[in-house]
Design a protein around this ligand. Structure first.
Ligand code: UDX
Length: 437
């Protein structure tokens, strides 16, 4: 059993803390947000992530997980401290490092014994060196420490499985022994470990996310071409995916990528390139295609409703940026909803878990109790987040309750022929049909 401190109780911090505790370590989680710590102490979760509440409860009950707002308490006897704080986008897309800086400073001021400081937040290349300088300069007296970069690759919605069965663990440090100690912590997850220098580890994270975002923008661009040429992008992706050099993942055309990572990380990488005098053409195109893909949905709605959505009622199914999460940060669905509202539409919406978050961002939308409630009396139904529960809706019932039977399937969840047979006017994404998508 090792003693760990985790700074930050967001997705990354909570999942990292709970999983390390579950692997038998003692974890103290510290956050400056008293509200979050109070919630956790009371057994409640500040975020929704499948399986996380059970894991936290079980490990808290076993005294392997502790919560505090006090660094001194959380760092007591800890060998490792994981920095898992947010790095939001600044005004020009650069990562805003104020929370990382604050965490590093407080660690420096509070530490009383040697520590390995591990950064899990996605930070610009060079931040590891900068963290080392901050800690050195803020320590009241010199105490040994090492900085290790250990980028996080977990996906919201499957974060626990991603932690316990990762494809790889990346560790970067100038201190090989420190990186190897962290590698030991990860031994139970049994994944390949890449030990490298700090900057390379930081770049691996950006390059991985930017590559995945590029795949999505690539298939989205293909989807636009498919619509014009009468091909079906879902079959194109399937046909491509069997090629081992391509693989089947991250080739689903849709309404563009969202969430707290891809948009922010592609922007930050482009910003890093630009500030060093480069012109990141591909990254810029990835972002441009992503914005265009969101607009396509509104354009389709306008077209199918005779040129305008003004005064029409549109039902949106799905507000989270993807399924199995209540996260609406950078949700393409909210971009579509906002655009429809701005054009004078009445927007009714349903999401299994993200309605509270969505209504905070967009109070103008009318929240509904069920998909059927949303569809009732609407002029078009827009399916924008691929929740499982939307797969098997009673489409006959929906057809009979809508003012106009129009479905815009932003995630290609339905069989176009079946819906058309039921009498719907249907448009998916990149599913060419008589020149329609
Ligand atoms: C992502 C990375 O996958 C993860 O490794 C990193 O740590 C954080 O960023 P996450 O943001 O949770 O994780 O979501 P992910 O499942 O990767 O999806 C991102 C976005 O891309 C979602 O909006 C999703 O709907 C969209 N997407 C994904 C597509 O549009 N098509 C696809 O084929 C795959």
């Amino acid at each position: 059993m090792r003693k760990l401190c985790v700074v930050g109780s967001g997705y990354v911090g909570l999942v990292t803390g709970a999983c390390f505790a579950d692997l038998g370590n003692e974890v103290s989680l510290v956050d400056i947000d008293e509200r979050k710590i109070e919630m956790l102490l009371a057994g409640n979760m500040p975020i929704y992530e499948p399986g996380l509440a059970e894991l936290v409860q079980r490990n808290s009950a076993a005294q392997r997980m502790h919560f505090s707002t006090c660094y001194a308490e959380a760092l007591e006897n800890a060998e490792f401290v994981f920095i898992c704080v947010g790095t939001p986008s600044g005004v020009d897309g650069e990562a805003d490092l104020q929370y990382v800086r604050a965490a590093a400073q407080t660690i420096a001021e509070t530490m009383r014994h040697p520590l390995i400081v591990i950064n899990k937040s996605t930070v610009p290349v060079g931040t590891g060196d900068w963290t080392r300088e901050i800690i050195t300069s803020k320590q009241p007296q010199p105490i040994d420490f090492s900085v290790v970069s250990c980028p996080e690759f977990l996906r919201e919605g499957s974060a626990i499985a991603d932690f316990l069965q990762p494809d790889r663990t990346v560790l970067g440090s100038t201190d090989r022994a420190a990186a190897e100690s962290v590698a030991e912590l990860y031994t139970p997850v049994n994944a390949p470990v890449v030990i490298t220098d700090l900057r390379t580890a930081e770049m691996i994270k950006y390059a991985s996310n930017a590559f995945l975002a590029t795949r999505i923008s690539f298939i989205n661009e293909i989807s636009i071409i498919c619509e014009q040429l009468g091909a079906d992008v879902t079959e194109v992706a399937r046909g491509m995916g069997f090629d081992k050099r391509i693989g089947p993942h991250f080739l689903e055309a849709g309404i563009g990528f969202g969430g707290s990572c891809f948009p922010k990380d592609v922007k930050a990488l482009a910003n890093m390139a630009q500030t060093h005098g480069m012109h990141p053409q591909l990254l810029n195109a990835v972002m441009e295609i992503n914005a265009f893909q969101r607009r396509q949905i509104t354009l389709k709605a306008r077209e199918m409703l005779g040129g305008s959505v003004n005064g029409r009622t549109l039902a949106i199914l799905g507000l989270a940026f993807k399924q199995n999460t209540d996260d609406t940060r950078e949700s393409p669905s909210l971009t579509v909803a906002r655009s429809l509202l701005n054009q004078g539409a009445l927007v009714k919406a349903y999401d299994p878990v993200a309605m509270e978050n969505a209504s905070r961002d967009l109070p103008g939308i009318q929240l509904c109790q069920s998909p059927y409630d949303a569809a009732d009396g609407s002029d078009a139904l827009l399916v924008l987040t691929p929740w499982n529960e939307f797969k098997h809706l009673d489409m006959r019932r929906i057809h009979s309750s809508m003012a106009q039977a129009i479905v815009i399937d932003g995630r290609n969840m339905y069989n176009p022929a079946e819906l058309r047979k039921l009498g719907f006017a249907y448009r998916g994404v990149g599913r060419g049909y008589n020149g329609e998508g």
